[in-house]
Design a protein around this ligand. Structure first.
Ligand code: SF4
Length: 381
């Protein structure tokens, strides 16, 4: 499959418009990390594709600012029923609303899984083994690391040791502290990535300028998001991205095959896009929500829910933050947040009384986020 990307564009070139009455080949719900890549691959393969996105089509020059408070619209903070009858607000930074989805405000940290992650039951007696191995995924890691592209150390020594297509970033203040501390304690560490952030220019995209606004969208375009890496190329190849279009129901024909998606536009008007196939790519909350909302005769408990487990067993990722006081000034936000780490404690160590392990990495909160973390920590004391 071809995978060379076109130059970065912040707004689409003239976009092909497909009529709702026309039956397209694919209707993709959600243009985030996965949906943004899928729409590009399918458009390049010659399919007629419409992608529905609940949020706006960001113009990085017009809409984004290098300011913490001014970037709150990147998150999907709408109230949601996630269990029981009371609505909850989703937290910032675990969701994304707008073309690019969460990939516009992720920290761009791109370590690979270790081979052992796929065999945790066999090797450690916990969890379940994956149905595929690391070696099945490895060619795709390598493909995307070249395509995005990834910058990082010349040699990453843990898991399946490997290098990176772009060279490492210079150390920021907090990374310097981590590497110096690890070195003093005899712990191996690496610096400068791996991150989906350019350490040198790539096509029309400039290299990183180290101001630390990665979680605010990266106005300059050094950080990868599908908004700038894949969606412009999808549009060039004939895909239509329909922003401000909130999917509400997937509809089936009498023979049980899908025939399209109902959605609501910015003005609350209902629409129906006819499609031969529907791909739901709306992250861990919105994907099951749409499938459950699409219950119909023959699928009374939602689509793709014959097991009854749709929307259940969601496991969140926990990240514990450790902060320390130093005599010297450390500008912890002046670099990509995740740029130095150690995976020395990643695998199971029989001397410890628990299975599996952990990684140690830098984070670089901006002042408001840092203050919130400190207030939360003080509340927990
Ligand atoms: S530090 Fe680099 S990647 Fe982060 S916002 Fe600035 S230019 Fe973008």
């Amino acid at each position: 499959m071809p995978h060379r990307l076109g130059p970065m564009q912040t707004l689409p070139a003239p976009m092909r418009r497909l009529a709702e009455s026309e039956t397209v080949d694919y209707c993709i719900v959600g243009v985030g990390s996965a949906g943004g890549v899928l729409v590009q691959r399918l458009a390049r393969a010659g399919f007629r594709v419409v992608a529905l996105e609940a949020g706006p089509f960001w113009d990085t020059e017009r809409d984004w600012v290098s300011d913490e408070k001014g970037s709150h619209e990147l998150y999907w903070n709408d109230l949601r029923i996630t269990g029981g009858t009371h609505s909850l607000a989703l937290g910032a930074n675990n969701s994304g609303k707008g073309v690019g989805g969460g990939s516009v405000h992720w920290a761009a940290f791109t370590p690979r899984f270790h081979p052992s992650d796929f065999r945790v039951y066999t090797e450690d007696g916990v969890g379940a083994d994956w149905p595929i191995s690391y070696w099945d995924l490895k060619p795709y890691y390598e493909l995307l690391e070249r395509e995005i592209p990834i910058a990082g150390p010349a040699w990453f020594p843990w898991g399946d040791p490997h290098g990176h297509p772009y060279g490492p970033h210079p150390l920021g203040g907090v990374g310097d502290i981590l590497v110096r501390g690890c070195t003093r304690l005899g712990i191996r560490s690496v610096a400068g990535g791996p991150v989906a952030i350019l350490s040198a220019s790539h096509g029309d995209r400039p290299h990183c300028i180290y101001r630390g606004f990665c979680l605010q969208g990266c106005k300059v375009g050094a950080k990868a998001s599908t908004l700038i890496t894949h969606v412009p190329d999808a549009i060039t190849h004939g895909a239509e991205i329909r922003s401000h279009s909130m999917a509400s129901h997937i509809s089936l024909r009498d023979d049980g095959r899908v025939n399209g998606v109902e959605y609501i536009d910015h003005d609350g008007k209902q629409h129906f896009q006819r499609s031969r196939a529907v791909i739901v790519s709306g992250y861990a909350i919105e994907t099951p929500r749409l499938l459950l909302n699409s219950a119909c005769s023959g699928h009374r408990h939602g689509l793709a829910n014959s097991s009854g487990t749709l929307g259940k067993y969601l496991m969140a990722q926990a990240g514990n933050v450790v902060a320390g006081r130093f005599d010297e000034l450390i500008r912890l936000y002046e670099a990509p947040p995740a740029h130095a780490l150690s995976e020395e404690f990643y695998e199971t160590d029989k001397r410890r009384n628990f299975a599996r392990g952990f990684a140690v990495q830098t984070v670089g909160p901006l002042p408001v986020a840092f203050a919130k973390q400190m207030i939360a920590a003080m509340g927990a004391w």
